[in-house]
Design a protein around this ligand. Structure first.
Ligand SMILES: Cc1cc2nc3c(=O)[nH]c(=O)nc-3n(C[C@H](O)[C@H](O)[C@H](O)COP(=O)(O)OP(=O)(O)OC[C@H]3O[C@@H](n4cnc5c(N)ncnc54)[C@H](O)[C@@H]3O)c2cc1C
Length: 493
């Protein structure tokens, strides 16, 4: 639109927005934007139009699978341009979903309503950390501004590591739903996508697990990285899908005061300081080992979606006042780690599942997780006792060599030893590794055309967000949903 190649745009910031309703055919917003280009220090400031869907063209019927950030922001941007949609969500709304989370903490899992599935997606009862590696500052600011509009604290727009907390996120999501419903978006909860109805190579609708058919011209597949049934359907239906690298490992938990001492030194007891954060990486045997999703003052949570698999993740409340600090410590995986090409495109999911089931067996059931003290893991000896933990279903002392593949264990050991050698105090008697952290990102990518963002296999199918392999985190998934909405709106021009 501005004559700037898309690939050279690093960031876009909206400076001003006004509604132009002078002509019915071209009603829409006029924006003034600042565009920052790669290798150029001076931004370009220019006017652009953000039109509403033209009244002269029938609105497409859009079904969005998944109410996570990717699906919700696709719905939001479409609704803002006058295109309503239907959101199919396998899980429950935020309030009843809360009871299912309490259930899994006591060892009872609802496979459709849990820490990964339900209104708002995997991020709802997460930590609500909102920082991202995404370079497009304008897009990031746009998502943060939306969150503030729906009730998130305004300091997220100024903090370098913005954080909402899982006690506040559900309220924000309820406000988002109210806004979307007022603009014509329909939510169908406890409605599980089971396949697409297609004719002549085009999307015509979706089928649910209960046999209902919903007509659609466009389907946005924003179902997250744990929707293994959707990947199975895509592979069987001939939708273009490929293996993608991912990462697996453990959650490492320390008493928070230990991390405060490492990071703040003598100031560690200063109550004005927030619970300390860390970010670490090292080279393991022959691959990278790194921390992510660090939760100061947080909890390790059971993020399983299958009845015989243990998966751990982390979250925190807005006050971050639990006595524990946890972070994922994971080993980078390449697509070839999942096995021979003959093992198929979903081999990465089988790889994750084998680890999750080994962890379930080793933990002794009821989502108890296998765990080992860090000092014992590095000394290659079993733990005879375990320290206190924030993980409610409980932990069982197990040598993690019995749970994780040997090459993952070797890299974790080398990487953690290197990190412990650098950070005095990190190798603490009370530090514990809890397995298994397997759902770091999707081990597959649902292919899309780089220009239209549509699946090359099926016209009208738009893979979106983390599950499709185009995002990693709340903000980047919301940005990808925005991109998908823009691609759909471009059809009306
Ligand atoms: C415990 C936890 C803590 C996390 N903490 C953070 C954090 O602090 N910061 C951060 O940036 N990221 C965090 N993440 C990751 C973040 O939540 C995800 O990156 C993000 O939610 C991905 O967004 P998405 O919209 O692509 O997919 P998701 O959020 O996974 O949403 C997908 C939705 O699709 C639905 N769905 C799946 N299959 C079907 C089907 N067949 N039919 C209908 N609906 C379906 C699911 O129920 C889900 O609601 C955390 C994740 C977890 C589990």
């Amino acid at each position: 639109m501005l004559g700037i190649p898309l690939s050279s745009i690093r960031a876009v910031r909206v400076l001003r927005r006004s509604l132009d309703a002078r002509k019915a055919q071209t009603i829409g917003y006029r924006l003034r934007v600042e565009v920052i280009r790669d290798g150029e220090s001076d931004p370009v400031v220019a006017p652009v139009a953000a039109p509403m869907w033209p009244q002269s063209i029938p609105c497409p019927r859009v079904v969005i699978v998944g109410s996570g950030p990717a699906g919700s922001w696709a719905a939001l941007r479409l609704a803002e341009a006058g295109v309503p949609s239907t959101i199919l969500e396998r899980g429950k709304p935020v309030q009843p979903r809360r009871h299912d989370l309490a259930g899994v903490q006591r060892g009872r899992l609802d496979v459709d309503s849990n820490y990964c599935f339900g209104e708002g997606g995997a991020g709802t009862y997460s930590d609500g950390k909102l920082y991202t590696r995404t370079k497009d500052r304008g897009a990031v600011d746009g998502v943060l501004a939306d969150l503030v509009r729906f009730g998130a604290p305004s300091d997220i727009t100024v903090e370098s590591r913005p954080h909402v907390g899982s006690n506040r996120l559900p309220k924000v999501l309820s406000e988002l739903r109210t806004c979307l419903e007022s603009r014509g978006v329909t939510y169908k909860f406890s409605s599980v996508f089971a396949g697409i109805v297609a004719r002549d190579g085009r999307v015509r609708g979706v089928r649910t697990r209960d046999g209902e058919e919903v007509s659609a011209d466009i389907v946005v597949l924003a179902c997250g990285h744990s929707a293994r049934d959707v990947y199975r359907w895509a592979a069987d239906a001939g939708v273009a899908i490929e293996r993608k690298g991912s990462a697996v490992g453990v959650r490492l938990e320390h008493p928070q005061p230990v991390i405060n001492r490492i990071q703040y030194g003598k100031a560690a007891t200063d109550e004005r300081l927030p619970p300390a954060f860390y970010e670490v990486s090292a080279m393991g045997a022959d691959r990278g080992v790194y921390s992510f999703c660090m939760c100061p003052g947080g909890f390790i949570v059971p993020a399983a979606t299958e009845s015989e698999g243990v998966v751990v993740n982390g979250m925190s409340l807005s006050r971050r006042d639990s006595p524990f600090a946890n972070a994922a410590i994971v080993v980078a995986l390449r697509p070839e780690d999942f096995g021979e090409p003959s093992h198929g495109v979903l081999a990465g999911i089988d790889f994750q599942r084998r680890i999750e089931q080994a962890a379930f067996g080793a933990g002794g059931g009821s989502f108890r997780a296998p765990a080992q003290r860090l000092v014992d893991f590095l000394a290659r000896r079993p733990s005879t006792s375990l320290p206190a933990t924030s993980y409610h279903p409980g932990v069982m002392a197990v040598a993690l060599d019995e749970v994780l593949p040997p090459f993952v264990v070797a890299s974790l050991r080398d990487g953690l030893a290197a990190i412990a050698a650098r950070l005095r105090g990190f190798l603490h008697e009370e530090a514990m590794l809890v397995a298994a952290e397997t759902r770091t990102s999707a081990p597959v990518r649902i292919v899309r055309d780089p220009a239209t963002l549509e699946s090359p296999s099926l016209a009208g199918l738009y893979p979106a967000g983390e599950g499709a392999g185009y995002a990693g985190g709340i903000v980047s998934a919301a940005i990808d949903g925005t991109r998908i909405a823009q691609a759909i709106l471009a059809r009306g021009r």
